[in-house]
Design a protein around this ligand. Structure first.
Ligand code: MG
Ligand code: ZN
Length: 220
């Protein structure tokens, strides 16, 4: 019985995710779901991106958080449309929550929607939101065994961003092991090494974002 219920929930979620996707494509909005553990640097990456690319790309942001609005406020200071979803304790976003958020965003004025998922590397893997691309942010202090512990999330990512590489000299992090495991799990995802603090590697990230924006917008 329990298995049947779970299938129904995920089936309904997938259906709603498809609707989100067609709505966004219809409005020519590229979308990205950013997932990570708490503290990996999702919000810093988003604010860096808006500060750098905001004059070329019209961003919108959906901020998923269990209860606070600290991250949404940091982004809201940048004068772009942002919707906060407080999940009320739920540890992931689902397609229905995102559908509600889309209803209050000016989609005609957005080229690129960034969805910051709740910090969690387990259940977001099961809940598609209707996004075009999945980006997983990991960070050096979390250790090189993250892909071993959360294989499903790593296998689904279109890109893995490894943040806080400025901390490499101080942390026991085996880069080869991390890269090997990610490649084992996922043959398509590149790993971008970055530091939101020093700016190292961010140029590559900005070009990736720009490429997604142009290629997906043209394909619709
Ligand atoms: Mg955040
Ligand atoms: Zn969850």
């Amino acid at each position: 019985m329990k298995i049947k219920v779970l299938k129904d929930i995920l089936g309904a979620n997938d259906q709603r995710a498809k609707e989100n996707h067609s709505l966004l494509r219809g409005k020519n909005v590229v979308s990205m779901n950013i997932t990570a553990s708490p503290g990996a640097g999702k919000t810093s990456l988003i604010t860096r991106t808006i500060d750098r690319l905001g004059d070329k790309i019209r961003f919108g942001v959906v901020e998923g958080d269990i209860s606070s609005s600290i991250d949404a406020e940091a982004i809201g200071n940048r004068d772009i449309p942002v919707v906060q979803i407080n999940t009320g304790g739920t540890c992931h976003l689902d397609a229905n929550m995102v559908a509600n958020a889309l209803g209050s965003l000016p989609l005609d004025k957005i080229d690129f929607l960034i969805i910051e998922n709740v910090g969690n590397l387990i259940c977001p893997a099961s809940f598609s939101l209707g996004e075009d691309k999945n980006v997983l942010v990991a960070s050096i202090p979390e250790g090189h065994d993250k892909p071993h512990k959360y294989p499903v999330m790593f296998s689904q990512a279109d890109l893995v961003v490894l943040n806080k590489i400025d901390l490499l000299p101080y942390v026991d992090f085996d880069m080869e092991e991390f890269e090997r495991k990610v490649a084992d799990l996922n043959s398509k995802a590149n790993i971008l090494q970055i530091s939101c603090k020093t700016g190292e590697g961010l140029e590559e990230w900005f070009s990736w974002m720009t490429d997604q924006s142009t290629s997906l917008q043209q394909s619709s």
